[in-house]
Design a protein around this ligand. Structure first.
Ligand SMILES: C[S@@+](CC[C@H](N)C(=O)[O-])C[C@H]1O[C@@H](n2cnc3c(N)ncnc32)[C@H](O)[C@@H]1O
Length: 210
């Protein structure tokens, strides 16, 4: 049962959407679904992610999304939610949210149990796949990427995020994190950032061809 939908518990059968996503290896629709539940329950507004930068979506992704959206909408309908609780759930809302989640979701990595673990956690999180989940964090979403970052996000208990500096920071210097494994060469990094994140990196390291 889904708790807290205006105090009402509803049993929702997610199996069609789960099958659709797991057979295609999709993870972001689960996050849109979670946000939709939060909106229905009144925890957040439907426009809560509008402040974040959206990804540019390709035609293929938009077509894929139509199916995901229809499955999500019909799942809520079948579960018997009142129409007025789900009026925000339009195809355009789904596209807007997914576009923002794609650019701004963080992979939650190893959880450090003590402050001493933070640095080793920072190193491990870019060298191995230690992901335990994905989440959008509002403030960290405003950090730009750098292939030679001066800070790194680490995760503590309960998936709390903490920013760790990796070297001394000059006054006025922009705090930048890395979105990818920066041990790759410049061409591989540019390819991943262009295809996966939709931008061409203009950090100093890339500009110098390193
Ligand atoms: C998570 S957002 C970062 C915050 C964003 N700049 C903003 O103002 O909300 C990621 C977007 O920022 C831009 N960006 C981040 N790092 C960049 C970089 N190194 N080079 C060029 N654009 C970058 C890209 O447009 C990317 O899609």
């Amino acid at each position: 049962p889904v708790q807290g939908f205006h105090g009402i518990q509803k049993k929702v059968d997610w199996s069609l959407l789960d099958d659709h996503c797991s057979s295609r290896g999709l993870k972001y629709p689960y996050m849109v679904r979670r946000l939709a539940c939060m909106v229905i329950s009144g925890d957040v507004g439907a426009d809560c992610l509008d402040i974040l930068q959206p990804a540019q979506l390709h035609q293929g992704t938009l077509i894929e999304m139509e199916e995901e959206f229809e499955l999500l909408k019909s799942t809520f309908r079948k579960a018997g939610f009142q129409e007025e609780l789900t009026t925000f759930l339009t195809k355009q809302w789904y596209i807007n949210i997914l576009a923002r989640i794609r650019v701004n979701a963080f992979r939650i990595e190893l959880v450090a149990s003590s402050y001493e673990d933070l640095l080793s956690s920072a190193v491990a999180s870019v060298t191995c796949d230690a992901s335990v989940g994905n989440a959008v964090y509002m403030l960290p979403s405003f950090y730009n990427h750098d292939c030679d970052p001066n800070t790194h996000i680490v995760w503590l208990e309960n998936a709390d995020a903490k920013l760790k500096t990796l070297r001394d920071i000059d006054e006025g210097e922009e705090l930048r994190i890395c979105y990818i494994d920066t041990s790759m060469d410049v061409n591989a990094r540019q390819k991943i950032l262009t295809e996966g994140f939709g931008f061409q990196c203009r950090c100093q390291r890339c500009l110098s061809g390193d």
